[in-house]
Design a protein around this ligand. Structure first.
Ligand SMILES: [Fe+2]
Ligand SMILES: [Fe+2]
Length: 178
C-alpha cells in the first residue's frame, strides 16, 4: 500500500496504484503525486490579480450551488444507482468549492437563495445538471485563460476537465433512457 496525494485538492489517500482520477475532486491521474513528492502550490500563489479573484469568487458560488443541486437530486432519485451518482457528484462539487475557498482564503458561502433547484424527475435533473456543468466547464476554460498565476491557471484548467467528465457521464445516463 502507498500514500498518494492530489495536487489539485490536496487530499491524501492510500492505494496499491495511482487511480485514474482523484477519488475526492476527480482530477486526472497526471495531478496525483506520491505523498512524499506532494507540494503545497497554494503557498506560492502570491497576490491574486483582480480578474482571478473575481473568477474564483464566481466559481465558489457556482460550486456551492451545484453541490446543493446534486444533493437535492440525490434525495429525490428514483433508484439507488442514481442516488449514489448524484451523491458522489455533490461531494465532488463540495471538494471543488474547498479547493477554491483555500485559494481565496475565505470560508465557503451558503448556496444562493435563487440557485437552480433540483426537481423530482431524474431525467429533468440530469438535463439541468448537464447544463450547469456545461456552463461551469466553459467558464473555467475562460478563467484559465484569464489567469496569469500558474496555480490559478492550472486549477481552472483541471476543473474544466473534470466538469467535462461530468457532462460525458450525464450524456451517457441520458443515452440509457433515464
Ligand atoms: Fe483531488
Ligand atoms: Fe465542480
Amino acid at each position: 500500500m502507498k500514500f498518494y496525494r492530489c495536487q489539485i485538492c490536496g487530499d491524501p489517500f492510500m492505494g496499491d496504484a495511482k487511480p485514474s482520477h482523484c477519488p475526492f475532486c476527480g482530477a486526472h491521474q497526471d495531478y496525483i503525486s506520491t505523498a512524499a513528492d506532494w507540494v503545497d502550490e497554494n503557498q506560492t500563489i502570491g497576490e491574486l490579480t483582480e480578474i482571478s479573484r473575481q473568477n474564483l469568487e464566481k466559481a465558489l458560488h457556482l460550486e456551492v450551488n451545484n453541490k446543493a443541486f446534486y444533493l437535492d437530486a440525490s434525495g429525490n432519485a428514483d433508484t439507488i444507482e442514481l442516488q449514489g451518482i448524484f451523491k458522489n457528484l455533490s461531494k465532488i462539487e463540495g471538494e471543488h468549492a474547498s479547493v477554491i475557498r483555500k485559494m481565496l482564503k475565505v470560508e465557503a458561502p451558503d448556496p444562493d437563495p435563487g440557485r437552480e433547484a433540483a426537481g423530482v424527475s431524474d431525467h429533468d435533473n440530469i438535463v439541468k445538471a448537464r447544463e450547469l456543468e456545461e456552463a461551469a466547464s466553459a467558464f473555467y476554460a475562460q478563467s484559465a485563460l484569464d489567469a496569469s498565476e500558474q496555480r490559478v491557471n492550472k486549477v481552472f484548467k483541471v476543473l474544466s476537465e473534470i466538469e467535462s467528465d461530468h457532462i460525458q457521464l450525464e450524456t451517457a445516463l441520458l443515452d440509457r433512457g433515464i
